[in-house]
Design a binder for this molecule. Structure first.
Ligand code: NAP
Ligand code: ZN
Ligand code: ZN
Length: 347
């Protein structure tokens, strides 16, 4: 076994604290890389607080992981020692179901293995994430990272990036479309960057008037404060798509009024509590509400390559791992500009 240093939550009520644990030895198809940076996703917070239910403790969060390869198994063909490498939200899947066969491992019908708070394909060994110094991952779930981009700012692409890129590609959002990005946090700011890069007219819908200037800098064409009824009314029936990145309960019916006919409200934000949906929010105008989670491995590599070509990274604030609780508090207040990334040298 490999000794690993990390930060873990021991229960849903205890703050993160240093915790040493084991990872498996590097197998023939495995890549081991030392973690340089790990992004802080709101999903980390939902899961350490067990807000979605079923959390496995102790839990080492973190699924926006980048670093440098230090060992490869003898059957590994795509990575060498010294390469940059990344891992996002998944580390394995069944490989044989229709979804896996079609590059949609995120929808594996036999249950994929998430990077943490999940079980390996043996369905009994718990996984631990990127708030740690090193990780061992099957090479099929390791991504190539370009050395053209700032490494710390690349980490959030592994979750916030792919989670917003994948639905925009799936629904072919681009030129001629009016896209609203609801919530300007980690996911939201990547949604704006990708929406703009794909040629859509992008509007940020936000509860935070202070973020207007940032939204414009990120490339957004319009900014609407959702608590202002006049501003909100001005975009009734306006959007083709709403990319909903909100982490807390909110009223879907209210936002559905902003879609034009055949418009799609895409949920990527995952509030822990349910919110009522009226059929009459969808019926007039043949509207849809849909969901999407991360993206497949091939699509994640495509997104990383797209970012390298278009010079897209996340806007980040680098933090010391000892300040993780302060970072979570600020995240809860919507005070993230726009992704915290842990400098793993501080572990
Ligand atoms: P984040 O950085 O905290 O951003 C969430 C944003 O939502 C906030 O910045 C805020 O934006 C807005 N917001 C927060 N509370 C709100 C409320 N009560 N009403 C309206 N807006 C509110 O979080 P994140 O890391 O981007 O994650 C966002 C959500 O996506 C989380 O639920 C996370 O678990 C989920 N997620 C899903 C996937 C997936 O695969 N589907 C992947 C990653 C994350 P404003 O200040 O602009 O209003
Ligand atoms: Zn995430
Ligand atoms: Zn599968």
């Amino acid at each position: 076994m490999i000794d690993v240093k990390g930060y873990a939550a021991q229960t849903k009520d205890t703050p993160l604290a240093p915790w040493n644990f084991d990872r498996r030895e590097v197998g023939p198809y495995d890549v081991q890389f030392d973690i340089t940076f790990c992004g802080v996703c709101h999903s980390d917070l939902h899961q350490i607080k067990d807000e979605w239910g079923g959390s496995i403790f102790p839990m080492v969060p973190g699924h926006e992981i980048v670093g440098r390869v230090i060992a490869v198994g003898d059957q590994v063909t795509r990575f060498n020692v010294g390469d940059l490498a990344g891992t996002g939200c998944m580390v394995d899947s069944c490989r044989v179901c229709d979804s896996c066969q079609n590059g949609l491992e995120q929808y594996c019908s036999n249950g994929n293995t998430l990077t943490y708070n999940s079980l390996e394909q043996d369905k009994k060994t718990p996984t631990h994430g990127g708030y740690s110094n090193t990780i061992v991952v099957n090479e099929d779930f390791v991504l190539h990272i370009s050395d053209k981009l700032d490494l710390a700012a690349t980490a959030p692409l592994l979750c916030a990036g792919i989670t917003t890129y994948s639905p925009l590609r799936h629904w072919k959002v681009g030129k001629g479309h009016k896209l609203a990005v609801l919530g300007l946090g980690g996911l939201g700011h990547m949604g704006v960057k990708f929406g703009v890069a794909l040629g859509a007219e992008v509007t940020v819908l936000s509860t935070s008037p202070k973020k207007e200037e940032d939204a414009k800098k990120l490339g957004a064409h319009k900014f609407i404060v959702t608590s202002d009824p006049t501003q909100l009314e001005s975009v009734t029936g306006y959007f083709d798509f709403i990319l909903d990145t909100v982490s807390a309960e909110h009223d879907y019916n209210q936002y559905l009024t902003l879609l034009r006919s055949d418009g799609v409200h895409i949920c990527v934000g995952a509030p822990p509590t349910p919110s009522p949906l009226l059929a009459f929010s969808l019926i007039p105008g043949r509207k849809s509400i849909a969901g999407s989670t991360i993206g497949g491995i091939a699509e994640t590599q495509e997104m990383l390559d797209f970012c390298a070509e278009n010079n897209i990274v996340s806007d980040i604030e680098l933090i010391d791992i000892k300040d993780i609780d302060t970072a979570y508090d600020r995240m809860l207040k919507g005070d993230v500009r726009y992704r915290f990334v842990i400098d793993m040298a501080t572990l």
